[in-house]
Design a protein around this ligand. Structure first.
Ligand code: GLC
Length: 644
C-alpha cells in the first residue's frame, strides 16, 4: 500500500490529535504504520541473523531524530498530509540556481524574493550550499558535511532565515542530499586515511587491485575523459577506494548498515533546516554489486524506500526527488514498483522528455518523442515529474537505440547527427553547444550549453540576424510552454528566463576548464534584469512571455498533474499535440510546431477539440480558426487551446 495514503487516513481519523498538537502521538502512529515495511526493507538489505542489533539501533534513533524536528515544521507536515499530493499542484513553478552565481550568497538570494515573485516562481532548487574541498569539487557535489553551510554562502542562520522567509510566503525549498558519495575531505574519509578500519569500512576500500579489477569488468565510466576508471589509489591508506564519479568523491558503502544509520541522521538534520523536497543525488548508484553495472539495482530501490519510510515517520511533509538520469524505463521505477509502489520517490526528473524535446528541435520531427513516450508505463497516480529543459548538467541522449531503429533510423548515425547538430560540427545548425565527455572510440558524447545558445540565440545575435533572433525566442518560449503544461513541476534553470547565453569564462579556470558543463553555469545578469521593464530587448521578450505562461498555468487547475496526459497522433511528424483533461478541472489541448515552416493540423485528429464550434488560445487570448478543417501553427508556435 501507498503509505502516504495510509497516513492521510490516519490523521483524518484522529482530528483531536491535530487539535491538541499531540505530535508525539502522531509520530507513534506513523511509526506503527510504517514499521513492518521498514523492518522488511531493512532485513532484505541487512539479513536478520547478523543485523538485529543494528535494527534496534535504527528503532531507537527514530524518536531521537524526531525530537529535533522544529515545531513549525511539524505543523507544516500535518498540513501537507491533509492537503494530499501537494507537489502535483498547478500553482508550483520552480527555478534552479547556484546561490553564488545568482546573487552572491544566501542573504543576497533572500533579497531577490521579489524577483521570483515577479516571474511567478515559488519553488527553489539551490545547488549545493554545503562545505566542499577548495579547488575541484564537482560544483559542490563533493561534500565535506551534509548540513553545514559553506562559509562563502553565509551561515546556518542565514539558511534558517531564508527557509523561514520562504515558508512565510508559501514557497518551497529543494536541496540536494548527495547520498552516493562524500568528498575525500569528509570526516569519515579523513579517519579512513588515518588508518581507522571502521571508517575504511564506510567506503569500498581494498588492499590491492584484485576486487577493483573484478568490478571494473562490468562498471561503466561516468566521466571517462576526466576521471577514467572507478577506483583511486590512496597513498595514505595504501588502499584503493571506489570513486565512480571523480577521484575526490568516495562512494559510500551501504552494504554496511552503520553507513545507512549515519546517513539517515544526516538526512534528517538536513530536512530539519526547513527543506521541503530532497533531491536524492545520483541515487541510481547507491548499491554496488560485482558483475553488474551497479546502477538501478533492486537493492538500491529497497534502500531508497527504506530512507523514504523512515523520513516519512519523522517528516511526512517532506518528499523525495529522484535524480536518476538513466534509461526511460528505469527512471519510472524510482516511483516504486511492486510492494514499494508509491513508497520510494514522489518526484523524478523527466529526463526522457527533456532529451526527446532536444531531439525534436534538432530533427524538426516529433516521431521519436511519440515513440518513446508511448512505450513508457504510466507513472503511479501519486507521483509527479520535474519537467525541465536545461539544468547544470549535460544533456544525455538517454533514449534507447531500439526505439530509434523502430522508426526506421540508424541509431548510431542519429546520435552522431544530434552531437554534430548541437556541438558546432554542422555549419548550418543554429546551435552553439559544447561536447561533454566525448569518447572517440565509441562516438558517444553528451551535450552542454545554455538553452538560448542551443536554440540558436547566440549565433543569431552574433550575426545580427533578426529573423533568427525572433525564431530562437519563439523556440525558447515553446520549449518552456511545453514543460509548463506537461504535468509536473516545471523547473526553470536560472538565466533561461532572460535567454542567458553560454558563459565561456570557465575555460580560463584550471579547476573547471575540462568540464564543459560550466558553460551553462553563468552569473545572473542583473543589469539585463534591471532593464526588463524598459525596452524590447530579447531578455524582456522572453521574461514577459514566460511570466505570462506561468500566470496562466497557476490560474488553471487543469495544469495540475492528475496523471491525465493524452498524446494525439495528428498525422503531421513536425507537431506535438497532447491533451490534459479532468472531469473536475477542465480540459486543454497543447499544440506545438517544431518546424521552421507553418504546419497544419486536421481538426479530425484532435479529438473533441476538433468537434466544437469555438475554441480559444489561452496564451494569446485569440479565437482559434480552422481553414478548410485544419488549423495552422506558425513556426515554433505553441497553443494552449480551450473550448469556449
Ligand atoms: C549528479 C549531479 C552532477 C554530479 C553528480 C555526482 O548527477 O547532478 O552534477 O556531477 O551527481 O555527484
Amino acid at each position: 500500500m501507498n503509505q502516504t495514503a495510509l497516513h492521510q487516513l490516519m490523521i483524518s481519523a484522529h482530528p483531536h490529535l491535530i487539535q491538541d498538537k499531540d505530535f508525539d502521538r502522531l509520530f507513534e502512529l506513523r511509526l506503527s504504520g510504517n514499521l513492518s515495511l521498514i523492518k522488511e526493507l531493512y532485513f532484505s538489505l541487512y539479513p536478520e541473523e547478523d543485523h538485529t542489533i543494528s535494527f534496534h539501533k535504527l528503532l531507537r534513533s527514530l524518536p531521537a531524530l524526531f525530537k529535533d524536528r522544529p515545531l513549525p515544521l511539524r505543523e507544516l507536515d500535518i498540513q501537507r498530509l491533509s492537503k494530499g499530493n501537494w507537489y502535483q499542484s498547478e500553482k508550483i513553478v520552480g527555478m534552479q540556481l547556484y546561490v553564488d552565481h545568482f546573487n552572491k550568497d544566501l542573504r543576497g538570494l533572500a533579497e531577490k524574493i521579489g524577483y521570483f515573485e515577479k516571474l511567478g516562481i515559488n519553488f527553489l532548487h539551490l545547488m549545493p550550499i554545503t562545505p566542499r574541498p577548495l579547488g575541484e569539487n564537482d560544483g559542490g557535489y563533493a561534500v565535506n558535511s551534509y548540513h553545514e553551510v559553506e562559509k562563502r554562502f553565509g551561515t546556518k542562520n542565514d539558511l534558517l532565515d531564508l527557509t523561514e522567509k520562504l515558508r512565510d510566503r508559501g514557497m518551497f525549498l529543494m536541496l540536494d542530499f548527495v547520498a552516493n558519495h562524500t568528498s575525500n575531505e569528509f570526516s569519515w574519509a579523513k579517519k579512513a586515511m588515518q588508518g581507522d578500519e571502521k571508517y575504511q569500512g564506510y567506503y569500498y576500500t581494498y588492499p590491492d587491485r584484485t576486487v577493483p579489477d573484478e568490478f571494473e569488468k562490468s562498471l561503466p565510466e561516468i566521466f571517462p575523459m576526466t576521471a577514467p576508471g572507478n577506483f583511486t589509489y590512496n597513498a595514505k591508506m595504501d588502499k584503493y577506494v571506489m570513486t565512480v564519479f571523480n577521484q575526490y568523491q568516495w562512494d559510500l558503502n551501504y552494504s554496511n548498515p552503520e553507513v545507512f544509520l549515519e546517513m539517515l541522521a544526516n538526512l534528517i538534520k538536513l530536512v530539519n533546516l526547513g527543506v521541503d523536497v530532497v533531491r536524492l543525488d545520483a541515487l541510481a548508484f547507491l548499491w554496488k554489486k560485482m558483475a553488474t553495472q551497479s546502477q538501478n539495482l533492486p537493492e538500491a530501490h529497497a534502500l531508497i524506500a527504506l530512507f523514504r519510510m523512515c523520513l516519512q515517520v519523522i517528516a511526512p511533509g517532506v518528499v523525495f526527488l529522484a535524480e536518476a538520469i538513466v534509461a526511460p524505463k528505469e527512471i519510472i521505477k524510482y516511483f516504486g514498483t511492486g510492494q514499494i509502489k508509491g513508497n520510494e520517490c514522489e518526484i523524478a526528473y523527466n529526463a526522457t522528455l527533456m532529451a526527446l524535446l532536444w531531439d525534436a528541435m534538432a530533427t524538426k520531427k516529433t516521431i521519436l518523442l511519440y515513440q518513446n513516450i508511448r512505450s513508457l508505463p504510466k507513472k503511479p497516480r501519486e507521483a509527479t515529474w520535474i519537467n525541465y529543459i536545461r539544468c547544470h548538467d549535460d544533456i544525455g541522449l538517454g533514449f534507447e537505440d531500439h526505439h530509434i531503429h523502430e522508426i526506421g533510423w540508424d541509431a548510431k548515425e542519429h546520435r552522431k547527427f544530434l552531437l554534430d547538430y548541437y556541438c558546432q560540427r554542422i555549419p548550418w545548425s543554429p546551435a552553439k553547444g559544447m561536447m561533454f565527455m566525448y569518447n572517440p572510440k565509441t562516438g558517444d558524447g553528451r551535450i552542454t550549453g545554455s538553452c538560448a545558445s542551443l536554440l540558436g540565440l547566440e549565433k543569431a545575435l552574433e550575426q545580427n540576424d533578426r529573423t533568427h533572433i525572433a525564431q530562437a525566442i519563439d523556440k525558447i518560449i515553446m520549449m518552456y510552454g511545453i514543460i509548463l503544461s506537461y504535468g509536473g513541476i516545471p523547473l526553470i534553470y536560472a538565466g533561461d528566463e532572460i535567454g542567458t547565453l553560454n558563459d565561456y569564462s570557465y575555460l580560463a579556470e584550471k579547476d573547471k576548464k575540462e568540464d564543459s558543463r560550466w558553460v551553462n553555469r553563468p552569473d545572473q545578469d542583473w543589469e539585463a534584469i534591471a532593464n526588463l521593464d524598459k525596452g524590447k530587448t530579447y531578455q524582456s521578450k522572453i521574461f514577459f512571455a514566460l511570466q505570462k505562461l506561468i500566470s496562466i498555468r497557476k490560474e488553471n487547475p487543469v495544469f495540475a498533474d492528475g496523471n491525465n496526459l493524452i498524446l494525439y497522433d495528428c498525422d503531421n511528424p513536425h507537431v506535438l499535440v497532447f491533451e490534459r483533461s479532468s472531469t473536475t478541472k477542465g480540459e486543454i489541448l497543447v499544440l506545438c510546431n517544431f518546424h521552421e515552416v507553418p504546419q497544419w493540423v486536421d481538426r479530425n485528429n484532435i479529438g473533441s477539440f476538433g468537434k466544437v464550434a469555438f475554441t480559444r488560445d489561452l496564451i494569446s487570448g485569440n479565437a482559434i480558426t480552422f481553414a478548410r478543417d485544419a488549423l495552422m501553427l506558425n513556426p515554433y508556435q505553441i497553443l494552449w487551446m480551450v473550448k469556449v
